[in-house]
Write a protein that binds this ligand. Structure first.
Ligand code: MN
Length: 237
């Protein structure tokens, strides 16, 4: 088991990386299940992800209540993290974002599909959640437990769920895996949109998705990308 301090340091890096790679902007957030207590998770206070530091990380119960009283403001949408951790014991990290390349697929009727080998990690089909179906008009934020539970149901056994008119929520079996999946979700969306402008395009077959996802999610592939993203997120200038 990796230590709590190491986990927090990696979570800070995940925040910086996902901001640098245009998955997160001033909004969106990434969390991980605490290594020393799987019934709690770690998430920054409400802060722009590229500014997150270790001291900003708060431990929450799976009901998304801070374990220790804090004066800091938490993210309004933290319940989606807690409810996914409750529903999915295999999930160790969650990211919610509004990546600009993904949003067209949350608005148009065009399904987001894996169209390139690294895009295999998003799975197929990618489920879509619409807050209107159960909750009618809302401010679009997933801020009530029942909204988080509804989103977790839509995620099902997948690792990506799109949120109509809003963004996406991505899960992973490790923190590095969720970062990898978020970045290649955004890349696959960009490539699919570009290919669609050229005309007809093909998607990966079910067999290709399974084989490529298994290969791409091996630690040697994920860690190779992680090292590069750390360099990009932490180098000056
Ligand atoms: Mn949001």
């Amino acid at each position: 088991m990796i230590s709590l301090d190491t986990s927090i340091a990696e979570l800070v890096l995940a925040n910086r990386i996902l901001a640098k790679e245009d998955v997160l902007d001033g909004f969106g957030h990434v969390s991980m299940r605490a290594p020393d207590d799987p019934n709690t998770y770690l998430l920054s206070r409400a802060r722009a992800p590229e500014l997150v530091e270790a001291k900003d990380i708060i431990r929450f119960t799976l009901d998304s209540v801070p374990v220790e009283a804090t004066k800091e403001r938490p993210y309004s949408e933290r319940v989606l993290h807690g409810e996914i951790y409750k529903a999915r014991p295999d999930v160790v990290a969650v990211c919610h974002h509004h990546a600009p390349t993904v949003l067209p697929f949350c608005i148009s009727g065009t399904p987001l599909r894996p169209v390139m080998h690294l895009g295999s990690v998003i799975g197929d089909p990618v489920p879509m959640w619409d807050s209107r179906d159960e909750f009618g008009d809302t401010n679009l934020l997933v801020s009530k437990p029942e909204e988080g539970q509804s989103l977790a149901r839509a995620l099902g056994n997948s690792f990506v769920v799109l949120m109509r008119r809003h963004g996406a929520t991505v899960a992973g079996r490790t923190l590095r895996e969720v970062v990898f999946r978020c970045i290649y979700l955004a890349a696959n969306a960009r490539v699919q949109s570009a290919a669609a402008q050229l005309g007809a395009y093909e998607t990966l077959s079910a067999g290709e998705i399974a084989l490529a996802a298994e290969f791409n999610l091996q630690p040697h592939a994920v860690d190779r990308s992680w090292d590069r993203w750390v360099m990009r997120a932490t180098s000056r200038g």
